[in-house]
Design a protein around this ligand. Structure first.
Ligand code: AMP
Length: 190
């Protein structure tokens, strides 16, 4: 079983790389952003309560995303493994993931972080906004807010994995194929 946390700021390419990784390594994709947007589209109670956070570019409360991820792990724990995309995004979420994995008998092989500078992130998000239809990809104020949330609440999660010797960083500034090759090299060594 292979279990990877794909890490990086908004616009780093986590979603794009996840699509290629799930195909190559036959993994179950868990993107908390996608799960939240699906809940919002279906107008569930969870979606209705999460919407105001997404609309303002701030993280939804930990317990909301932790609950969603727990359900997904439980459902697919006998498969080939998971790729976590956009989760964990806070240190308490990282602790909850570890606890859930221990209970499910799963080990995270490592966190792979995509390093991209903020100027490039902003460009990529605005470009994505032209086709994604995501309002949080189109408003410069919201983009800045999301990057600020990342710096303040999410960046410390890298340390959590570094302390466990499970942190790997790749240059995320290259082409999609170059970044994919760098990630695959790390995974193949697990
Ligand atoms: P993303 O699609 O990963 O960029 O996420 C879009 C939005 O969903 C974020 O700006 C947050 O409001 C929310 N979100 C996604 N994943 C998480 C998470 N792990 N923890 C808290 N909020 C999240």
């Amino acid at each position: 079983m292979l279990n990877i946390v794909l890490f990086g700021p908004p616009g780093a390419g986590k979603g794009t790389q996840s699509q290629k990784l799930i195909e190559k390594y036959k993994l179950q994709h868990i993107s908390t952003g996608d799960l939240l947007r699906a809940e919002i589209a279906e107008k569930t109670d969870l979606g209705l309560s999460a919407q105001k956070y997404l609309d303002n570019g701030i993280l939804v409360p930990d317990e909301v995303v932790i609950g969603m991820v727990k359900n997904k792990i439980e459902k697919h724990k006998t498969g080939g493994g998971f790729i976590f995309d956009g989760f964990p995004r806070t240190v308490p979420q990282a602790g909850a993931l570890e606890q859930t994995c221990t209970i499910a008998g799963i080990t995270i092989n490592g966190m792979i972080a995509l390093a991209v500078d903020e100027e490039e992130l902003t460009k990529r998000i605005i470009l994505r906004g032209k086709t994604s239809g995501r309002t949080d990809d189109q408003d410069p104020v919201l983009i800045m807010q999301r990057l600020a949330e990342y710096r303040q609440k999410t960046a410390p999660v890298a340390d959590y994995y570094a302390k466990k010797n499970k942190y790997y960083e790749v240059d995320g500034m290259g082409t999609v194929d170059e970044v994919f090759a760098s990630i695959s090299k790390i995974i193949d060594a697990f």
